[in-house]
Design a protein around this ligand. Structure first.
Ligand SMILES: *[C@@H]1O[C@H](CO)[C@@H](O)[C@H](O)[C@H]1NC(C)=O
Ligand SMILES: *[C@@H]1O[C@H](CO)[C@@H](O)[C@H](O)[C@H]1NC(C)=O
Ligand SMILES: *[C@@H]1O[C@H](CO)[C@@H](O)[C@H](O)[C@H]1NC(C)=O
Ligand SMILES: *[C@@H]1O[C@H](CO)[C@@H](O)[C@H](O)[C@H]1NC(C)=O
Length: 414
């Protein structure tokens, strides 16, 4: 048998699922949860709004809207202002780093903790990511990133911080956003981009499908209950229904959604960023006002979050996100009344009382249609399996975001 025919036969015998058109198993990596305390509800809202401003800046830059055209990268500094951050622990050059899992930015860098830095690179290829309230400046180094056994990214360009501000308790970020968001972060070459971890894993053939699956558990206590990341495909064992895919628009992971509460439209179709780096559900100001009025919620001055009574809780109904999937069909993903509550176990960590009933929805502070004013943050993603799919071989093309229900979709945890 000629060599290639032998190889083909081998492949067909060894990987029958490939012949059947299915993807090989993805690599599953556990996610740690860090609770950043003490913080306040006010700072969670501010962090969400700062994130929106940076997304808006990146959006206006790629869409040619006049404005402040700084680097595309959003403000990761607000990441450690979030009550919860999700991290993974890759090993680089023998060091184990705790990196924030961020679908809202795309640079990967380490060294926020001065005691945990890499050796400086040979050339001085400076990078800078500017944030709402801070920045990281450092040099790019090329290293192998060992994410989990069998899943190593070779020749990954990683930022090694020389100066950073705003990253307590973590070493840096692993950016899972589209490569476009790295544009403008290399100081000597504003036009160039830095291939992301996902781009390199695909280019190197380590994964055959440039998909990241994200499964996060709701926050019930201060325990570091894990979720997981799935590299190279989705983990169907964590899904309780089919996945619906929505077209994403660059430069970040963002999809068109509207929202209803108890069947009443509270948000017309708008662009929502799907972001593991934001705690709250950030919605346009008028959507939040309508939602608040329908429930009768009040804005709690102590925490800065919407607050409801037991009677209003028993009257709470479903908050649905509605979009047209890539097959042209209308799909909705629902937050049950319980899923709309801020985790009560964390009430006292954000300046509230244990028996407060607070809501996860906060106002973007704007109704300006030209800006980005919706983030489907952790509060949504802890109830829904999400997938971030880059069209194979073309990291510059807009991909799709998939959602599926999980055992946590209807769980009563808050
Ligand atoms: C890094 O350390 C954490 C615990 O701090 C551990 O869970 C993880 O498995 C380690 N990572 C690797 C790749 O060894
Ligand atoms: C990594 O870079 C080295 C040096 O440029 C090269 O020889 C090697 O083939 C690269 N490896 C991969 C997997 O791209
Ligand atoms: C990659 O995986 C996603 C998620 O399961 C799927 O929708 C997509 O079709 C896959 N792409 C290819 C080329 O197989
Ligand atoms: C319950 O909801 C209905 C319909 O939105 C409203 O008319 C009623 O006032 C609400 N009751 C309470 C206690 O908030």
């Amino acid at each position: 048998m000629p060599f290639f025919a032998t190889l083909f036969a081998l492949c067909v015998t060894t990987f029958p699922t490939l012949a059947g058109g299915l993807s090989p198993s993805p690599f599953i990596v556990p996610v740690q949860r860090l609770v950043n305390t003490p913080t306040t509800g006010h700072s969670l809202v501010r962090a969400g709004q700062a994130r929106l401003q940076a997304f808006s800046k990146a959006h206006s830059q790629v869409n040619g809207i006049p404005g402040d055209h700084a680097a595309l990268a959003p403000p990761a500094a607000s990441l450690t202002d979030q009550i919860v951050t999700f991290t993974i622990n890759p090993v680089v050059n023998g060091k184990n780093f705790s990196l924030i899992v961020d679908t809202g930015s795309s640079n990967t860098w380490v060294g926020a903790d001065p005691a945990n830095r890499l050796q400086p690179g040979l050339g001085l290829d400076l990078f800078e990511v500017t944030y709402g309230s801070g920045a990281v400046l450092g040099d790019e180094t090329t290293n192998t990133v060992n994410i989990t056994p069998g899943l190593a990214v070779e020749n990954q360009s990683i930022g090694n911080a020389l100066l950073s501000e705003g990253f307590d308790g973590v070493d840096g970020i692993m950016g899972f956003g589209p490569v476009d968001l790295t544009q403008g972060t290399l100081l000597d070459n504003a036009e160039s981009t830095i291939p992301t971890v996902m781009d390199n894993l695909f280019a190197q053939g380590t994964i055959s499908n440039e998909t990241l699956g994200v499964f996060l558990a709701p926050t019930t206590t201060d325990d570091p209950v894990n979720g997981e990341l799935s590299f190279g495909g989705v983990d169907t064992s964590k899904m309780t229904g089919p996945m619906s895919f929505f077209q994403s628009t660059l430069p970040f992971w963002s999809i068109s959604q509207s929202a209803t509460f108890g069947g009443v439209t509270i948000m017309d179709t708008t662009t929502c960023v799907v972001d593991t780096g934001t705690t709250l559900l950030m919605l346009p100001e008028d959507a939040v006002t309508t939602y608040q009025d329908l429930i009768g919620a009040t804005l709690d001055p102590t925490t800065g979050l919407l607050s409801i009574t037991e009677a209003q809780l028993s009257n709470l109904t479903t908050l649905s996100f509605i979009g047209t999937d890539i097959n042209g069909e209308t799909q909705h993903f629902d937050l049950t009344p319980n899923a709309q509550l801020f985790p009560r176990a964390l009430n006292t960590e954000i300046g509230g009382s244990a028996d407060d009933i607070l809501l996860i929805t906060a106002s973007s502070g704007s109704n300006d249609a030209s800006t980005i004013d919706c983030i489907m943050g952790q509060s949504f993603l802890q109830r829904t399996y999400s997938a971030f799919v880059t069209p194979n071989g073309n990291p510059d093309a807009a991909g799709t975001v998939g959602f599926a229900t999980t055992p946590f979709t209807d769980a009563t945890t808050n």
